[in-house]
Design a protein around this ligand. Sequence first.
Ligand code: NAD
Length: 482
Amino acid sequence: MSALDIPAARQLIDGAWVPALDQRELPVLDPANGKAIRPVARGGQADVDAAVAAARRAFPAWAATSPTERGALLGRWAELIMERVEDLARFEARDVGKPLSGGRMNAFIAQGIVAYFAGAADKLTGVTLPTRSPGYLGLTIPEPYGVCAVALPWNVPTLLTAANVAPALAAGNTVVLKPSEVAPLGPLALAELAREAGLPPGVFNVVTGLGAEAGVALTSHRDIDHISFVGSTATGRAIMRAAAENLVPVKLELGGKSPNVVFADADLDAAIPAIVGSITENAGQNCYAGSRLLVEESIRDEVTERVAEGMRAVRLGTWDQDLDMGPLASPEQRERVLGYLESASADGARLVTGGAEAEVPDEGWFVAPTVFDRVDPGMRIVREEVFGPVLTVQGFSGTDRAIEMMNDTDFGLLACIWTDDVSRALRVAKEVRSGQVAVNQFHDAGVIGFPFNMQKDSGFSSGGGYAALREYTQEKAVAVRL
Ligand code: NAD
């Protein structure tokens, strides 16, 4: 079997790989050395118009296709993904800079997600409703929205493409996807596999390009029916304003500042490696990254030292060396993270390990795993999403204070609780304002079928499992006089 390939500088519109209408291109850079991997098309308004028109034309037939048949096509897509896991792993690892094993894990999860929605396509049901008087029948019919716009970030592009496109298609919508300009290759490769699986032309379109051009053109397009956005909270606000203009529903999965809270009775042998992994996996560039470590005072020094030791042991390397942690995905991201390190030091935080001066490989956009303690709750390093391998440590005494500190953030994505006390774990799980909670484990983002919920500035969605299928469905209420 030859390697999976995608044509350079082409985007997928109406079933065909086409260049940008004005022939413009963008380079995609390798985070290991800054060199261009390949160009992609730099799509703009005209390309988005063409893709939305193709999706609109394809919609009636796709929506009318039986759910079983839609499921079968998605099932074929999942099979092709399984056959091409290594190719997909390479696209994502090289594009984002993560170790090959990380790319492989995400390709497997993407396969599981597509297979899940292949099976779910014919499980979507309406309900019958009680009526005020006899002689009437009330019922609901689940219906697709129409053309769904999907805009995605660069950190886990393959998985997020599967998680947002597969439920939309399973529910009978057609899709126009705008992947991130930083890492578009995995989504393009997945789209090629969908094409090979036999998805009709126009059902799944991809326009590549910049957020300010193709992204804005897509999310403010007058002829879309739904927006699904995953990315930063700042862009999420802009998208929501665009959605308001056109009055389309919007699903937002945004940033995070997730706490790992460690009580004195926790199993530290399990907690420490998980805490280190939670902030170094994908170089800390995960929305659910465990960037705030809250530790009960009596074990604070021990935990800080053991976590720092774990961070120092993280092996840095390029995607093909397949070690523990790669470079950051772009030079802009590295500058941004280094700016946070400077601000933390200027604000008086104590650097425990890592930092801007720490040794990293010569080439590539690396930042060393970093721990700060003696931080103040008002510091930027504690309040803002850094999106890099940077952890802050704060101490607490007692469960009430732990909950207060966990909730002292604008974000509400994931909270991880480490304790041996079941009733305390459940109390904290109930009182923390977070869309997801993990107890005695770091969140396994790979749980297929688990709702990926958000609260507060992290957005609102249930982008996982059966609820995601509902997210891409509107209900029609029908009342009948018999
Ligand atoms: P970003 O907001 O800069 O960009 C996301 C996407 O939106 C890209 O495709 C970009 O080109 C596009 N875009 C940018 N400006 C736009 C605009 N005005 N209108 C329309 N589209 C626009 O985010 P990023 O830097 O690519 O990704 C990092 C962020 O993503 C982090 O905040 C991270 O927490 C978040 N994220 C969240 C989740 C989640 O499930 N909650 C998952 C992964 C990443």
